[in-house]
Write a protein that binds this ligand. Structure first.
Ligand code: PMP
Length: 325
């Protein structure tokens, strides 16, 4: 009989799919790595179970314990798969800008969700980081995962996502494009890929309202760069330990509007119903297309599935309200 023993065994080995219509006028081969093929429909399944097992090994998480995390939604799902497998309770804090689909999905798989205000400083006691951190001190036998500074995050991508991309492209990849949230994906993949071939270009996709691009260019953490934006999962108002800026060749900023419109085009022109940050990554690549030649092989990480954004980028009323269409 052919079966796996648990849903978490289906994590990873996601497919690469060539983009055709949207990238028609780009001479390079553009391949999308569809992380929505993970069982929890996002790239964060990879780090969820891995960060739990790392905490167990370090004695930070014990039988019957509670896992706490601050998340834009996907990491909560990834962790929940691991928590279900291992019998832990899970609580997440989530900023109120995140899609209601993400909140309902987490509740559906038994996660307690605490919604926090988006428009507060990261060090404000009401921020989703602070509330999660505080809870750890109050709940006995609990573990705050902290995907931002927990280096098991980027190591997961160094050990799985990076090698998969190398193998799938037979080592021919020339450019990696990935949205940067915690920085785990881009840094872990870059650590592996640059070790194999230091000439591979690593392009990070950032949002307007995030500190990353300016910090990369100048080394200055400029609070004036921070304001709220609608794109979920990428851009930050902190510098997480998972980001290694020396491995990232360039940060490209993409507007909320350009990302949202490209997300809708991916569905209609490529048949790929992808998440909002996938559209941002493709839009960012197109902004950089002059730098590509016909022999280039570009891999774009597509972190999650469009079903999480049906009430947002795929909803005409929401798009009109944002003045995107
Ligand atoms: N896109 C989405 C939808 C995400 O949830 C995340 C994670 N915050 C990212 C992109 C960025 O991935 P990473 O945290 O590994 O930088």
């Amino acid at each position: 009989m052919q079966y796996v023993n648990h849903i978490t065994e289906l994590i990873g080995n996601t497919p690469l799919v060539k983009l055709n219509n949207i990238t028609e006028d780009i001479p390079a081969t553009i391949l999308a790595k569809l992380e929505s093929f993970n069982p929890g429909h996002s790239i964060k399944d990879r780090i969820g179970i891995r960060m739990i097992e790392d905490a167990e090994k370090k004695g930070l998480l014990k039988k019957g314990g509670t896992i706490i995390e601050s998340t834009s939604g996907n990491t909560g799902m990834g962790l929940a798969l691991g928590a279900i497998k291992k019998g832990y309770k899970m609580i997440v804090t989530m900023p109120d800008k995140m899609s209601s689909e993400k909140i309902d999905i987490l509740k559906a798989i038994g996660v307690e969700v605490i919604i926090t205000p988006t428009n507060v400083d990261s060090d404000d006691p009401k921020s989703y980081y602070s509330i999660a951190k505080n809870m750890q001190t109050k709940i006995k036998n609990s573990f705050y995962v902290n995907q931002y500074d927990n280096l098991a995050n980027r190591i997961t991508h160094y050990e799985t996502t990076g090698p998969e991309i190398w193998k799938q492209t037979k080592g021919k990849i020339t450019h990696l494009v990935a949205g940067v949230g915690t920085g785990g994906t881009i840094t872990g993949c870059a650590m592996f890929l640059k070790k194999k071939n230091k000439n591979i270009k690593i392009w990070g996709i950032d949002t307007y309202g995030s500190v990353y691009q300016k910090f990369h260019q100048t080394g200055i953490f400029d609070k004036k760069e921070i304001y709220s934006y609608t794109t979920e999962g990428i851009g930050e108002d902190i510098i997480p330990k998972n980001v290694d800026f020396t491995l990232i060749d360039h940060f490209e900023k993409v507007t909320d509007k350009a990302g949202a419109i490209m997300t809708r085009r991916l569905a209609r022109e490529e048949g790929i119903l992808a998440g909002n940050s996938c559209g941002s990554a493709v839009a960012g690549l197109i902004q950089l297309k002059e730098q590509l030649t016909k022999n280039d092989i570009v891999v774009i990480i597509m972190p999650d599935h469009g079903s999480r954004y049906i009430g947002k980028v795929y909803n005409d009323e929401w798009m009109k309200k944002q003045n995107f269409i």
